[in-house]
Design a protein around this ligand. Structure first.
Ligand code: SF4
Length: 304
């Protein structure tokens, strides 16, 4: 459905030669320059809730909490506010970072409409914004939450960016990987709402859960902010599914079926086919999972 010529012309697909021949030293230098995780997005991460009710099966934060802090898949979903993080002060970020945003909030939970989580997030966001930080609000958007945030933080619209995680156009796929997250349609409505209300919007398709990103891009572009590459606004970040964080115990039934289906889409040749075609598309930024694979396979990369 997605990779038709019609869609390719809409989303600025171009075929260009990107194969190169790095020396071992060049490869090493490039790999060292890659910024991991969220470091390419913001200088600092802020969170105020422990656990996350969305329960994504690929969640890195959950995998770490299970490994180091004795959480289980179930206890991860039973959230608790982090009173210390809510009560403390947040000053202007002084960290030296080339990332476009001072703070990314949150990184290890979502923003939920339910209390006491919503009020906790609002309190922390107010402190960060009042201290004149630019804040990248990164969530799997729920429309009611986005509407409230747009109302409460209207006067901060120039210092807030919304980065909505949307990894598939298919709500059935989203439900498998992000069981208690919003549907694709609700995420698009949220994107439309935030953009129409004058906020800067951008999307994270990490992990990309569709085999190729063309249909996703086509659906997102009409509702994204105008592109401002330097400020990282109007952009779409594409990153890969890291299967190692999906517990073996969950790899059954429908999850197994989807994982089997996506296996070949995580191979270099497949990823390179759309990387090459989207290389010149200014809205597209690549996460380190893609860049690392390209460097290792002697493919040109643009590092930010
Ligand atoms: S929304 Fe984020 S923090 Fe919450 S479970 Fe999913 S990946 Fe983890």
């Amino acid at each position: 459905m997605i990779e038709s010529t019609k869609y390719k012309s809409i989303i600025n697909v171009q075929d260009i030669e990107l194969r190169t021949n790095y020396t071992a030293l060049e490869k090493e230098k490039l790999l060292k320059k890659l910024k991991m995780g969220t470091k390419e997005w913001a200088g600092r991460n802020v969170n105020c809730v422990k656990g996350c009710g969305i329960g994504c099966i690929y969640c890195y934060a959950k995998a770490m909490a299970k490994h180091y802090r004795g959480y289980t898949d179930d206890s991860w979903r039973a959230m608790q506010t982090n009173d210390h993080a809510v009560k403390k002060g947040y000053g202007k970020s002084k960290r030296k970072s080339s990332a476009p945003w001072d703070i990314m909030f949150p990184t290890t939970h979502n923003i939920f409409i339910e209390e006491p989580y919503f009020s906790a997030c609002i309190k922390v966001l107010k402190k960060c914004l009042n201290a004149k930080n630019t804040v990248l609000i990164t969530i799997k958007p729920n429309l009611a939450v986005v509407k409230k945030l747009c109302t409460i933080f209207k006067k901060f619209k120039n210092t807030i960016g919304f980065r909505f995680t949307i990894g598939s156009v298919n709500s059935d796929i989203l439900r498998v990987f992000e069981p208690f997250g919003s549907s694709f349609e609700e995420r698009i409505e949220s994107l439309k709402y935030a953009t129409n209300n004058g906020f800067s919007t951008t999307v994270s398709a990490e992990p990309l859960l569709d085999r190729k990103p063309y249909d996703l891009i086509k659906n997102l572009v009409p509702y994204l902010s105008a592109l401002d590459y330097e400020r990282d606004v109007g952009t779409i970040w594409i990153g890969l599914l890291k299967k190692q964080y999906i517990p073996q115990a969950l790899r059954t039934g429908q999850i197994k079926k989807y994982l089997d289906n996506i296996k070949s889409a995580l191979k270099f040749d497949h990823i390179f086919s759309y990387y090459r075609e989207l290389y010149s598309n200014k809205r597209i930024k690549w996460k380190e999972s893609v860049l690392k694979l390209m460097i290792k396979n002697d493919i040109k990369v643009k590092l930010i």
